[in-house]
Write a protein that binds this ligand. Structure first.
Ligand code: SGN
Ligand code: CA
Length: 511
């Protein structure tokens, strides 16, 4: 008896048992997953029972925002807990400096086993992970290449299933005496929305309602929303995005070359199932000579169905993770985070893609399950951010938070009812004015009721009263009834630039 107790003190307390008290972390981050496409958010488009289960057993954040609504910039902010101007990733195509501090590195040095599987998109090799197996760049849906700790291999299968397979395999082989942190970073449901074979026919007989703002004409708004290139009726490519043809011949239209190489990855059987699945609707398009609104609606239906079919497979794989944790007795002390690198337009304002500071892409889904700490079925309305994830997970793991991280730990939100000191405004800065989608650079500030957006390169601004205008259709910037609020928001924007040390903005003044 005495010996057992001594052994317990020696081995149990000092290593295994002690570290087991620290929570494990599973961080599922999908790519471009709109909260409108998670049934727990209540939009009624689709059913995502497994993601909903995480929300039912944990917390769903209704107001989670990103610093910069684009993949690499958001991921860099998540890893570092810092805005783009400090972590170096303001836009796509920039190499992440992996020598800087990130939260996986801190967890790793605190004894966590760390792994990253799936989409990375930060160009440099991942740091802070014992094991990584990532997709090159955006990755492919079918039979993709993976870079397994530096070695590129083609793998047969569907990307969302494979990403979860690799994560569960790694979990099977881990050291059970130490806590773990695994990132399952899905490619789906990113463009070009290629569903898995089993969901090719899902929604065949569904006609999705058009969003209220589908035919938005952007009147009262500034030049930026007029000048974007992300309207469903105009900017989706016929083959690559809309699957109107599978084999493409020269002269190639935009993106046809990419589509050719992507489609070549499918086996003959996969191709044949693909082509059959789209045949009837493509016939309607070709024989119906659709034009104008009818054509726009056809494109919307094709787009949203493929998008939601990809989401279905994400949800199935969340279910596999949930089951794995339960079957292995890990469900009680594992934090499961479900989120996306940003939100996405599912036809709102007539758009696909993201980038703008309007609600659908500024917000992102965020759900966390941690039974030891979070009350099941919690719905949180505080304004939280992607830069808060790092500090929250470090706090949960009892690791010291570096003082230069710019987010806040969300743990107090689960413990106290009184969250009076929580942030009252969110700051945003978007930089990537590439030709592809042509979204002008902008900064902005949002409070619980108002939003100010400043397209600073041509000095044009928009002000919204979100309580009266949740769809952001009425720009009040020049409305004299809102002068006081406008000035207050301008002052807040300046405060934010200082708070977050966005020095590049400090000398600039709005008209
Ligand atoms: C690709 C897509 C864009 C998308 C960006 C960024 N074009 O360039 O539509 O906005 O990625 O997405 S594609 O023709 O290559 O599909 S992100 O999620 O990586 O930020
Ligand atoms: Ca993305």
């Amino acid at each position: 008896m005495k010996r057992t107790f001594a052994l317990f003190l020696l081995f149990g307390f000092s290593s295994g048992l002690y570290s087991q008290q620290r929570p494990n972390i599973v961080f599922i981050l999908s790519d471009d997953h709109a909260y409108q496409a998670i049934s727990a958010y209540g939009f009624g488009l689709n059913q995502t029972p497994n993601i909903d289960k995480l929300a039912a057993e944990g917390v769903l954040f209704k107001n989670a925002f990103v610093n910069n609504s684009l993949c690499a910039p958001s991921r860099a902010a998540i890893l570092t807990g810092k805005y783009s101007h400090l972590n170096g990733i303001k836009a796509l195509g920039v190499k992440f400096d992996g020598s800087q501090m990130t939260f996986p590195k801190l967890l790793q040095s605190a004894g966590y086993q760390t792994a990253l599987i799936g989409k990375w998109h930060l160009i440099s090799n991942p740091t802070g992970f014992d094991y990584w197996n990532i997709l090159p760049s955006q990755g492919d849906y079918y039979n993709p290449d993976f870079i397994d700790n530096g070695v590129k291999k083609r793998v047969n299968g569907y990307v969302t299933d494979l990403t979860t397979d690799f994560a569960l395999n790694w979990l099977d082989k881990r050291d059970t005496d130490r806590p773990f942190c695994v990132f399952i970073w899905n490619k789906a449901p990113h463009r070009q929305w290629m569903p898995p074979l089993k969901y090719l026919h899902q929604f065949d007989s569904t006609k999705f309602p058009l969003p209220q703002t589908f035919f938005d004409d952007y009147s009262t708004r500034t030049r930026a929303p007029h000048e974007q290139r992300m309207r469903i009726d105009e900017w989706l490519s016929p083959n690559y995005d809309l699957k109107e043809n599978f084999t493409v011949e020269p002269p190639y239209q935009t993106l046809d070359q990419s589509w050719k190489s992507i489609y070549e990855r499918l086996t003959p059987d996969e191709k044949s199932q693909f082509e059959k699945a789209y045949a009837a609707e493509n016939k309607i398009l070709k024989e119906g000579n659709l034009k104008g609104e009818e054509l726009a609606v056809w494109k919307f239906q094709r787009y949203i169905k493929d998008y939601l079919r990809c989401v279905q497979s994400v949800d199935d794989n969340v279910g596999r993770v949930n089951d794995y944790l339960k079957q292995n007795g890990l469900d009680k002390n594992t934090i499961v985070v479900y989120s996306s690198d940003q939100g996405f337009y599912l036809g709102e304002h007539g758009w696909f893609d993201k980038r703008f500071m309007y609600e659908e892409s500024f917000k992102t889904p965020l759900i966390m399950r941690w039974p030891a700490v979070i009350k099941p079925g919690t719905v949180n309305n505080n304004m939280v951010m992607n830069i808060d994830v790092a500090e929250t997970l470090l706090d949960a793991a009892k690791v010291k938070i570096p003082v230069d991280m710019q987010g806040e730990s969300m743990l107090p939100l689960f413990r106290k009812k009184n969250t009076a000191n929580w942030r009252k405004a969110v700051y945003y800065h978007y930089y990537d004015d590439d030709e592809e989608h042509n979204v002008a650079k902008h900064v902005g500030v949002r409070t619980s009721r108002y939003k100010l957006i400043w397209y600073y390169e041509n000095d044009e601004s928009e002000l919204y009263d979100l309580l009266k205008d949740k769809n952001e259709l009425h720009n009040l910037y020049n409305d004299s009834r809102y002068t006081k609020i406008k000035n207050e928001m301008k002052r807040k924007l300046k405060e934010m630039e200082i708070k977050y040390k966005d020095t590049e903005m400090m000398g600039k003044m709005m008209k």
